[in-house]
Design a protein. Structure first.
Length: 152
């Protein structure tokens, strides 16, 4: 974090220095009217550039609070790993719902087993799926829902 902050600070200082060095060169051009207020324009431009990342972070946090599905790469990774485990057990993955909440990944897997499963079987299967998916996602929790049709 410190190295990145140093690089950003250096880039901002270099940009400000260049902007203030170039401003006097605008005299005698059609932009000469901007020279007296150039410092204000430069500050507004920098504020506009610096506010983009915090606004993106805020948007992403609001999306998580609203329960928007996880990014497609996260969802696809969970789907692929879960399907491999389930197919080895002859269980069909009907659908899934995967959500991100901060660093945690929460998933609901809708499955259609070909044979009857006891509660213990479901718990063991969920544990196996979580262990497999935790290879990519450290904070992951899954729930299994038994169904034979599309849940939605």
């Amino acid at each position: 974090m410190g190295r990145r902050a140093t690089l950003v600070g250096t880039a901002l200082s270099a940009g400000l220095g260049m902007a203030f060095a170039i401003t006097p060169l605008l005299q005698g051009t059609p932009l000469a009217g901007m020279v007296p207020v150039s410092d204000a324009w430069i500050v507004l431009l920098l504020c506009g550039l610096l506010v983009v990342k915090p606004l993106r972070s805020l948007r992403d946090a609001v999306r998580e609070l609203a329960g928007v599905a996880a990014h497609s790469t996260v969802r696809q990774a969970v789907h692929t790993m879960a399907r491999q485990v389930l197919e080895s057990q002859h269980i069909r993955l009907v659908d899934d719902a995967v959500f991100s909440s901060g660093r945690a990944v929460l998933g609901v897997l809708y499955i259609d087993p070909s044979t009857a499963l006891s509660a213990l079987d479901v718990d063991l299967l969920r544990d196996r799926l979580e262990r497999t998916c935790r290879q990519c996602f450290e904070n992951l929790a899954l729930e299994l829902v038994l169904t034979c049709g599309d849940p939605l």
